[in-house]
Design a protein around this ligand. Structure first.
Ligand code: GUN
Length: 293
C-alpha cells in the first residue's frame, strides 16, 4: 500500500486565495488588514518563516509592519514596542516570532499583546477561551492541521488521535481542538517520558508528530491505514544542497508512506498551512475590530 500524499502547499494556496477575495471586499470599505511582525535576532529558521509570512500577507493584499530587532534587544524595549502597537489603530494583528533571545521572557511578551490582536492565539486569555470553546484565535499550526484533515474528509468523530509532542505552540492546543465538539476525537498526548511509545502510537487512527526530532516516528509505530500528520520541520546537514541542509519531518516518510492511508510530506505539508492560517487569523482580527461578521 502507498499512502495518499496530502498536498499542504495546494490546500494552503486555496485558503490564501479565499482570504485574498475577502481582503478585496474589506478594502472597498477602506480597511486594509495589517499585521505587525517582530523578529528579534537572526535565527535562520525564524528569518525564513518571517519572510514567508510577509510574502503571504502581500499576496493576499494585506500590509505588514515588520520590525527586525537586534539579538541584544532588551525585554523592556520589546514590551514598549508591543504596547505601542497595541494602541495603534492601523495595526490589526501582532506576531512576535519565537523563539526569543534568552534575556527576554517569552511568556511576558505574549501576555503583553492585546488578546484582540493576538493572531497567533498564544495569549493566556485566548488559550483559556479555546479551552472553554469560546471565540478566540486558534493557533496557526493546530488550525492548519485541522483544516488539512477536514479538507481530505478524514473522519475524526470517535477516532483515536495520538499526538506526539506537548508544546504550547502545537501539541497542547491541538489536543484541545481535537477534543472539541466539532471534532470529537479521543485524544492521547505523548511526550519524552511516555512509556512504550510505539505501543501507544500503534493505536492511532490519526497520528500527529510534533516532537521536533528528525524521523523520530518509525514505520513500525504506525497502524496500517492510519492518517499520519507530520508537523516537524528539522534542518539536517546535506552537502549535496546549495544551502548545506535539507528539511525533514518528525516521521520516517519513506517507511510510513508504505503503511499509512494518508500522509503529509515535509516540506509542503503542514508548514504552508501555518502561514495560510496566520493570514486567515489576520483577516479575522481586522473584521472583528471593525464589527464585520
Ligand atoms: N515559531 C515557531 N512557530 C511559530 C508560530 O506559529 N508563531 C510564532 N510567533 N513563532 C513561531
Amino acid at each position: 500500500m502507498s499512502a495518499k500524499i496530502i498536498d499542504g502547499f495546494a490546500i494552503a494556496n486555496e485558503v490564501r486565495g479565499d482570504v485574498a477575495k475577502e481582503v478585496i471586499l474589506l478594502k472597498e470599505k477602506g480597511i486594509t488588514p495589517t499585521l505587525a511582525v517582530i523578529l528579534v535576532g537572526q535565527n535562520p529558521a525564524s528569518v525564513s518563516y518571517v519572510t514567508g509570512k510577509t510574502k503571504a500577507l502581500h499576496e493576499a493584499g494585506m500590509k505588514d509592519d515588520t520590525y527586525k530587532l537586534p539579538e541584544s534587544t532588551s525585554e523592556e524595549e520589546l514590551l514598549t514596542l508591543i504596547k505601542k502597537l497595541n494602541e495603534s489603530h492601523s495595526i490589526n494583528g501582532i506576531l512576535v516570532q519565537l523563539p526569543l533571545p534568552k534575556q527576554i521572557n517569552a511568556d511576558k511578551v505574549i501576555a503583553t499583546i492585546d488578546p484582540k490582536k493576538d493572531v497567533d492565539g498564544f495569549h493566556p486569555e485566548n488559550i483559556g477561551r479555546m479551552f472553554l470553546g469560546e471565540e478566540t484565535f486558534i493557533p496557526c499550526t493546530p488550525y492548519g492541521v485541522v483544516h488539512l484533515l477536514q479538507h481530505e474528509g478524514v473522519k475524526t468523530e470517535g477516532a483515536n488521535v495520538v499526538i506526539v509532542g506537548r508544546s504550547n505552540i502545537v501539541g497542547k492546543p491541538l489536543s484541545l481542538l481535537m477534543l472539541s465538539k466539532e471534532i470529537s476525537a479521543t485524544v492521547t498526548v505523548c511526550h519524552s517520558k511516555t512509556k512504550d511509545l510505539a505501543n501507544v502510537t500503534k493505536q492511532a487512527d490519526i497520528l500527529i508528530a510534533a516532537i521536533g526530532s528528525p524521523q523520530f516516528v518509525k514505520k513500525e509505530w504506525i497502524k496500517k491505514g492510519a492518517v499520519v500528520i507530520d508537523v516537524g520541520v528539522n534542518r539536517v546537514d546535506d552537502a549535496s544542497k546549495k544551502s548545506g541542509f535539507r528539511l525533514v519531518g518528525d516521521v520516517d516518510f519513506e517507511g510510513a508512506s508504505q503503511i499509512a492511508s494518508y500522509i503529509t510530506p515535509v516540506p509542503k505539508g503542514v508548514g504552508p498551512m501555518t502561514i495560510a492560517m496566520l493570514i486567515k487569523n489576520t483577516l479575522l482580527a481586522a473584521k472583528r475590530q471593525n464589527g464585520i461578521k
